[in-house]
Design a protein around this ligand. Structure first.
Ligand code: AMP
Ligand code: MG
Length: 502
């Protein structure tokens, strides 16, 4: 895209080069605009993910310097990169918006991780861009720490996600509804920031979809480069359909509610992206909605698989001209792949639930799983605690489960479950241990996240750091951390809400 960029770099940095590459803007310039971050008065690293930094061959000590903080806030352009804002479109709550894009974000460049895979280093909150649409381009410290915490928790739960490298405070106050708040920038790492919305943007421009698709294939699904053109784009679509079916199955298995599943927040890589109004379930209820703007429950917990199917249909539409020059043939081929989404989702979900319940993944456990869900919904039982309590039940401790579902209600189901478990002919202790390896004891519970962010915004980072430690070792129950496993107290209230764009 052609846009005038802001003033040229006023600083250069003496930091060691990051080793950035810029293949997206080199190969598909049509989806990027050269751009630079806004000036930050006094950038300071508040949180830094040392392990992640090292895995990208970055030196944590240099990132903590004033210059490092300058680069990670977008205030100092890195010496070895040409930074860009990315363009995309998207369906927001079902309505098409032709131009969204990085309204407060900046792609610093691409790096290699320790497995040699290309990743993006991207900033959020780094100032206005040509895509800001009247927004201020800023972000506040509470919301950026929230993304840092929840994305790192998701990573620790083995769920594909963007990662968080740093939160840098800018030294500026940002005006929000509740009054001024400390400004901050999140530096995040993703296997790419290509979204369904990037393809929706390209599809409405001449000659842009094919280079974008070829780029995405080379970056995420390189094996398809060998296929004939006719097969390649269909295989690409199928791979994204499967990656998203797997991703949403994993969200469902841990009780994650993304909250704003617009097509611009749906990745091509199959990673979770854009932690705005997301939150985890406590008691099991498919109708759970946390986001203050999701009035119709479009993005309710139980709707997520269907909504991702809808988003993938929008993705498929953008690939029509690449799959076949005859529209009818292309529609038939893409629809046949899209129609596999439901089965793929159910397969991934069944496998996840079999592991959570210690069952044979090759058996049909659907009735057992459905009936457990009915039981939990009836008793408003805590989703996360239930699975740890079931493992305890196998170890002969019945009270954890009894406190979630009264024994006279759970007995019949427990009998059927125990029969299925016995059929595996394995000792119960090892089945229980296997369950504990996939069922987290700790998730970022809303009341804990809220309290930690409130303290952090007021300058006390300790509760946040403690919570981060707990949720990034989620399977590792320790008695001294028992409080972190408990659901919100009654006083926290049932009407907990989350907010976008904060
Ligand atoms: P999100 O809901 O965070 O996925 O953002 C949706 C769109 O709004 C994206 O194009 C964002 O870049 C843009 N956006 C969100 N917050 C701001 C802001 N404070 N200033 C400018 N653009 C924003
Ligand atoms: Mg977004």
């Amino acid at each position: 895209m052609s846009e005038s960029s802001p003033d040229p770099a006023v600083h250069t940095t003496s930091l060691a080069p990051f080793g950035f590459e810029t293949t997206l803007s080199d190969e598909v310039p049509g989806v990027t605009v050269p751009w630079q971050g806004a000036h930050a008065p006094s950038p300071r690293v508040l949180m830094l993910n040392d392990d992640l930094a090292r895995s990208l061959a970055l030196d944590p000590a240099s990132l903590r310097t004033a210059e490092g903080a300058g680069v990670l806030s977008g205030s100092i352009p890195p010496a070895d990169s040409a930074t860009v804002a990315m363009a995309y479109a998207g369906h927001q709550f079902g309505n098409f918006v032709p131009l969204l894009g990085d309204g407060r974000a900046l792609l610093l460049g691409e790096l290699r991780d320790d497995r040699g895979h290309r990743v993006d280093l991207h900033l959020k909150g780094s100032g206005a861009t040509p895509f800001s649409r009247g927004g201020d381009g800023r972000a506040v410290v509470g919301a950026m720490l929230r993304e840092y915490l929840i994305s790192e928790a998701m990573h620790a739960l083995n769920i594909p996600t963007t990662r968080s490298l740093a939160v840098v405070t800018t030294g500026e106050q940002v005006l929000r509804e509740g009054g001024p708040q400390p400004g901050a920038v999140l530096a995040r790492v993703a296997s790419s920031h290509l979204r369904v919305g990037t393809f929706e943007f390209a599809a409405r421009r001449e000659g842009l979809t094919q280079p974008l698709a070829d780029y995405a294939i080379a970056r995420h699904y390189p094996a398809f480069g060998e296929l004939t053109a006719e097969d390649r784009y269909l295989a690409f679509f199928e791979a994204v359909v499967d990656a998203q079916a797997s991703l949403v199955a994993q969200w469902m298995s841990v009780g994650f509610v993304h909250g704003v599943l617009n097509t611009d927040n749906t990745t091509i890589s199959g990673e979770t992206i854009d932690y705005g109004p997301c939150a985890f379930l406590d008691s099991y209820d498919p109708a759970t909605v946390f986001s203050s703007i999701d009035h119709g429950g479009r993005y309710a917990y139980g709707n997520q698989p269907a909504v991702l199917g809808w988003n993938l249909a929008r993705f498929g539409e953008t690939l029509l001209p690449l799959v076949n020059s005859k529209p009818d043939t292309a529609i038939t081929a893409l629809t046949a792949v899209l129609d596999t989404f439901g089965d793929r989702y159910r397969r991934h979900y069944s496998a996840a639930m079999a592991a959570k319940l210690g069952l044979d993944k090759n058996a049909n456990n659907d009735n057992l799983v459905n009936d457990l869900q009915l039981l939990l919904a009836d008793h408003r039982a805590d989703w996360t605690l239930t699975f740890r309590a079931l493992a305890d039940n196998l170890r002969g401790h019945s009270s954890p489960l009894d406190s979630l579902v009264p024994p006279d209600a759970s007995d019949a189901w427990l009998g059927r479950w125990r029969t299925s478990i016995s059929a595996r002919n394995q000792d119960l202790a090892s089945i229980a241990d296997g369950m504990d390896r996939v069922n987290p004891a700790y998730i970022p519970r809303n009341h804990l996240v809220d309290a930690a962010l409130r303290s952090a915004t007021e300058g006390d980072l300790e509760p946040f750091e403690r919570l981060l430690d707990v949720v990034t070792t989620p399977f590792d129950h320790r008695d001294e951390r028992s409080d972190y496993a408990m659901p919100a107290p009654e006083s926290f209230g049932a009407g907990f809400q989350t907010f976008c764009g904060t």
